[in-house]
Structures are given as C-alpha cells and as structure tokens.
Write a protein that binds this ligand. Structure first.
Ligand SMILES: [Zn+2]
Length: 51
C-alpha cells in the first residue's frame, strides 16, 4: 500500500473489522482504509458449511 499523494510506503496501523485494514502515510500523515477479502471469506465459509 502506497500513498497516492506522495507515493511513500504507508505503514499499517491495525486490523479492523471484517478484514479491513488501516494505513497511515509517514510523510503526509494521511490515513487510508483498505478493504480485505470479505467475498473470499464468505466463499470459503460456504464451502466449509457444504462439507
Ligand atoms: Zn502521503
């Protein structure tokens, strides 16, 4: 994950709910959220239930 503004590598702050992750740019201090693999998780869960 890189900052769109200054293209610096952002540091990961924390894992939030449902695979969402929060990043912070060390240069401009901007925060950014990235959505995780919610769809993938759901798919894996359904296959698990299938078994
Ligand atoms: Zn930045």
């Amino acid at each position: 994950m890189t900052c769109r503004k200054c293209k610096a590598r952002m540091e990961q702050l924390a894992h939030i709910a449902h695979g969402k992750r929060k990043f912070r740019c060390p240069k401009c201090g901007k925060h950014r959220m990235q959505e995780g693999k919610a769809k993938k998780d759901r798919k894996a869960r359904s296959t698990k239930l299938d078994h």
